[in-house]
Design a protein around this ligand. Structure first.
Ligand SMILES: Nc1ncnc2c1ncn2[C@@H]1O[C@H](COP(=O)(O)OP(=O)(O)O)[C@@H](O)[C@H]1O
Ligand SMILES: Nc1ccn([C@@H]2O[C@H](COP(=O)(O)OP(=O)(O)O)[C@@H](O)[C@H]2O)c(=O)n1
Length: 226
């Protein structure tokens, strides 16, 4: 008798506002998989440091915040704001922070909560570091102008004051920090399928993502039934 293969894992990576969260959430719903927005972990650590009066670039403070992070802190609505995003990309460059968050993410992928049959994780390093053996890897991207436009509209819709030019600058600064850091930089895994959503609406992007993901996921689910 052979061992049952591990639950399928869908890795969704990409730069800010590329639509990876929207795709990952919909893919999880499609397959009834557990979903983890790993950006929230870094946002929560960044906000924890800022709120205690610290500097998100202070390695000791950021690592201590990451080690003390409680899952309940991920529910804070302030995490979706730009301040949290900026603090997140600073703490995310610190290797001790990434190490402190690694086990939680790997366990989520290996043993999806609530007995779900698989997991979808989105972030920057899911396909490269967290789940290098993922069933299928998607790298969502779009031009920085399109991404800034999406994030700007999202902020306006939430009733927040937003200036397009500022959002564009913030995204460029964050892209640069995320791509140029030494620890788990933002890069498509060599076996990821790149999906450029610049000219795709949400439904079109989802349909394209599903075409990429469906086959490998079904195959992995069937292998677990044998
Ligand atoms: N293909 C798309 N076309 C237009 N808007 C999109 C598309 N994908 C996502 N959005 C919108 O862009 C914003 C950012 O999407 P989100 O999924 O949160 O991106 P990310 O998780 O990569 O930061 C959201 O307001 C979302 O509704
Ligand atoms: N797996 C991850 C997820 C996020 N991050 C960091 O956390 C920041 C916020 O991530 P996010 O996914 O919530 O941001 P958006 O893409 O939604 O704007 C990113 O800019 C990265 O610096 C990371 O380093 N690794």
């Amino acid at each position: 008798m052979s061992d049952t293969p591990a639950p399928p894992v869908v890795a969704v990576d990409g730069p800010a506002a590329s639509g990876k969260g929207t795709l990952a959430r919909r893919l999880a719903k499609q397959f009834d998989f557990a979903y983890l927005d790993t950006g929230k972990l870094y946002r929560a650590v960044g906000m924890k440091v800022v709120r205690s009066g610290g500097d998100p670039e202070d390695e000791d403070a950021a690592e201590a915040a990451a080690r003390a992070l409680d899952i309940s802190e991920l529910e804070d609505p302030a995490l979706s704001g730009d301040d949290a995003a900026s603090a997140a990309s600073k703490v995310a460059a610190i290797p001790g922070v990434r190490a402190a968050l690694l086990e939680f993410q790997r366990t989520f992928a290996a043993v999806p909560p609530d007995g779900k049959p698989g997991a979808v994780l989105d972030g920057r390093d899911i396909g490269t570091v967290i789940a290098p053996d993922a069933t299928v890897k998607l790298f969502a991207t779009a031009s920085v102008e399109v991404r800034a436009d999406r994030r700007h509209k999202e902020l306006i819709n939430r009733g927040e004051a937003s200036i397009y030019a500022h959002v564009l600058e913030e995204l460029k600064a964050r892209d640069a920090r995320d791509m140029n850091r030494a620890a788990a930089p933002l890069v498509a895994a060599s076996d990821a399928v790149v999906l450029d959503t610049s000219d795709l609406g949400i439904d079109e992007a989802f349909a394209a993502a599903l075409r990429i993901v469906e086959g490998p996921v079904q195959k992995a689910l069937e292998a677990r039934e044998d």
